[in-house]
Design a protein around this ligand. Structure first.
Ligand code: HEC
Length: 184
């Protein structure tokens, strides 16, 4: 009895191995998935840093704030888009295949993210000391942009709004893209 099981296993294993081998993507495709996931994690850490400073303005340090904003700036826009240039058939990836079909929309969201990060960098450059009230949102300030509001497309408007507002729009940009282009 035991022997039959052995024989069956011996017959099946090479087959399973062959199927696994063909499912393994090329090393290049794997690398880009690892790279873009690492970039996303770095952006998440940067967003957390900035969020912490808005929650506790006394902890604001312009250099750290800028570094975090630049971390997002340098991983968004064309850099982000470039990491999703072709469908990476990696089982590790949570990217949806519709990125290729909806290229323009995906790229636009990636560019929006960059615009907001640039605005945050500029705000911290302008305010090297403590965080001024002008960087904070006023109570009850209307939230523009994002999936429901009107997208802020004007650069002047973006630099005129409080940095905290730009930061909220930045976070909405992450959410908007994930809702459409990332698997649960
Ligand atoms: C233009 C679209 C887009 C934007 C903007 C975007 N993401 Fe992502 N994000 C994705 C996609 C697609 C994935 C899945 C990537 C994969 O697994 O191949 C992802 C994955 C992630 C992950 C999981 C990484 C992992 O280790 O698996 C984190 C965390 C993340 N994003 C955070 C963020 C944060 C924070 C922002 C905003 C600052 C952001 N993302 C903006 C599309 C986007």
């Amino acid at each position: 009895m035991k022997q039959t099981v052995y024989v069956k296993r011996g017959g099946l294993l090479p087959l399973v191995g062959a199927v696994l081998l063909t499912a393994i993507p090329s090393p290049a495709a794997e690398d880009v998935v690892i790279l873009r996931q690492a970039d996303m994690k770095a952006m998440a850490a940067a967003a957390k840093t900035i969020s912490g400073m808005f929650k506790d303005p006394a902890s604001y340090k312009a250099a750290e704030f800028r570094w975090a904003a630049d971390t997002i700036r340098d991983r968004s826009g064309g850099v982000l888009s470039g990491h999703f240039a072709s469908e990476a058939a990696s089982p590790q990836s949570k990217a949806k295949p519709n990125i290729i079909e909806e290229r323009d929309r995906f790229d636009r969201i990636a560019n929006d993210l960059r615009d907001y990060a640039v605005a945050l960098d500029a705000a911290a450059e302008k305010n090297p000391g403590s965080m001024p009230a002008s960087m904070r949102m006023k109570p009850g300030e209307a939230m523009g942009g994002g999936p429901i509001g009107t997208q802020v497309r004007n650069e002047r408007e973006l630099s005129a709004m409080p940095a905290e507002h730009a930061f909220h729009l930045l976070l909405q940009t992450c959410t908007t893209c994930h809702a459409r282009f990332r698997m649960e």
